[in-house]
Design a binder for this molecule. Structure first.
Ligand code: NAD
Length: 464
């Protein structure tokens, strides 16, 4: 696996200021596959300066030209799709078909959507006797996690570039090779020097330096709620804009009229994808008491198809593996019933966790409240719709969810009452143009589509 011993700053691969490095480990076999530099505040400062220097020129570049550069970037991602998928599989451990389809495929779709939006978006609007100009916010500090390593980068960088902002990216320490590959793609696409800059490094060092840097105008962060709160506080103290995509504990609400087998099967598939390391995963399945035993049996059969090492990859690192196994133990301790999987490590090598289904889960249990971030589904029981809604809305999170019913209008009526940013109706497909983001502690701001673009714009009103 190719690793650069350098940062991408001001259009060049430059040596890091310090000598420390981060080892990148393949979570499937626990082997080190490369090293990248562990950036310091000095590297962050150089990158922010490069982004600042490039800002005026990029902001003044006509949107159609910015659009053409983003389209070129999309084309490079298409040309290097196999390499992207292989890199994500190597450092995240996701099964190759999922890496191809989702980890490489979705960022291509998102980059394409912003190439189009940059060309067609109205950066000016008339309001009475005023003209409202939508101008780029400035230098963006982007901090991304490891679970969808390229998607989370593209979901920030593509709209930022479309808006006319310049970017410094600090990717997750577990998946820096995908970020380096992205920087190569930026260079290959002919995006001007300094418009995109990459500093690899540790969160509390390089990440914190970026979030605190006074030359950064907007911090866009995806990751844990704990770090998000810290970044929000830092940004607030500096009166700096901030976008936060945080955790989730989404509900999959199966109403009594729904096709039970389909809804349960889709719910299991949703959580098993990416080994459960998806912030929007429907980790709480809500089933009517009359259908509960049947749903549990269907779930146990469905999860048996997710063979470890083949359809379900490892977790990203040993710490996450231990954390998820700890949650499974906690579930058992608090009285939930394991119907599949459990805390035992399923393979001798690799950070695997057994696909696990819990029944008899009550809404107050830890496993029903906290984000587990692993292949673990909890099945909860409700007596009526009012109780289903209370359970669905009964966590600090509000990122996503699903509703199933025979009648679409019945599902929509329920979805309207959910405190959450996205709801899939009867298995609705992913839409790269639909705004994605959280209610409550799942975050602030939206990504994707025109809503995602507007995060990177500020308004100026001219009166006539
Ligand atoms: P994290 O929040 O620690 O890391 C996310 C990013 O923030 C990484 O790039 C990290 O280096 C950086 N970071 C860490 N500390 C920082 C700091 N003090 N200042 C600035 N940047 C900092 O998340 P994690 O440790 O990778 O995962 C832990 C948990 O977070 C997971 O179990 C899961 O619950 C959650 N998570 C959520 C998402 C999501 O998409 N919502 C993604 C990944 C992880």
């Amino acid at each position: 696996m190719k690793a650069h011993d350098a940062m991408y700053i001001g259009g060049q691969w430059r040596p890091a200021a310090g000598r420390d490095t981060i080892a990148v480990v393949n979570p499937a076999d626990e082997q080190v596959i490369g090293h990248v530099p562990a950036g310091t505040a000095e590297d962050v400062d150089a990158a922010v300066r490069a982004a600042r220097d490039a800002f005026a020129g990029w902001a003044a570049t006509p949107p159609a030209e910015r659009a053409a550069k983003i389209a070129a970037l999309r084309d490079v991602l298409v040309a290097r799709k196999d390499e992207i998928a292989e890199t994500v599989t190597a450092e995240l451990g996701s099964p190759p078909p999922f890496s191809q389809m989702v980890h490489a495929g979705v960022p291509i779709a998102v980059a394409g959507s912003y190439a189009e939006l940059a060309a067609t978006y109205s950066f000016e609007a008339k309001v009475g006797n005023s003209t409202v100009l939508l101008e780029p916010v400035g230098v963006v500090g982007a901090i991304t996690p490891w679970n969808y390593p390229l998607h989370q980068i593209v979901a920030k960088v593509a709209p930022a570039l479309a808006a006319g902002c310049t970017v410094v990216l600090k990717p997750a320490e577990d998946t820096p090779l995908t970020a380096q590959l992205f920087a190569e793609a930026v260079e290959e696409a002919g995006i001007p020097a300094g418009v995109f800059n990459l500093v690899t490094g540790l969160g509390p060092v390089a990440g914190q330096a970026l979030a605190e840097h006074e030359g950064v105008d907007l911090v866009s962060f995806t990751g844990s709620t704990a770090v998000g709160k810290q970044i929000g506080a830092t940004a607030g103290a500096a009166v700096k804009r901030v976008a936060l995509e945080l955790g989730g504990k989404s509900a999959n609400v199966i109403l009594p009229s729904a096709d039970l087998a389909k809804a349960v099967g889709a719910g299991i598939a949703n959580v098993m994808a990416n080994s459960g390391q998806t912030c929007s995963a429907w980790t709480r399945m809500l089933v009517h008491e009359d259908q509960y035993d049947e749903a549990v049996a269907i779930a146990a059969t469905a999860v048996a198809k997710y063979s470890v090492g083949d359809r379900v990859g490892p977790l990203v690192n040993a710490k996450q593996q231990a954390r998820v196994r700890g949650y499974i133990e906690k579930g058992i301790e608090e009285g939930a019933r394991v119907v599949a999987g459990g805390p035992e490590v399923p393979l001798d090598t690799g950070y695997y966790v057994a696909p696990t289904v819990f029944a008899d889960v009550t809404p107050d249990m830890t496993i029903a409240q906290e984000e587990i971030f692993g292949p673990v589904v909890s099945i909860l029981k409700y007596a009526d719709e009012a109780q289903a809604l209370r359970i669905a809305n009964g966590t600090v999170y509000g990122l996503a969810g699903a509703v199933w019913a025979a009648d679409e209008a019945e599902a929509v009526a329920f979805a309207r009452r959910m405190d959450t940013g996205q709801v899939d109706i009867n298995g609705g497909r992913f839409n790269p143009l639909a705004p994605f983001g959280g209610y409550k502690q799942s975050g602030v701001g939206r990504e994707l589509g025109a809503h995602g673009l507007s995060e990177y714009l500020q308004t100026k009103s001219l009166q006539f």
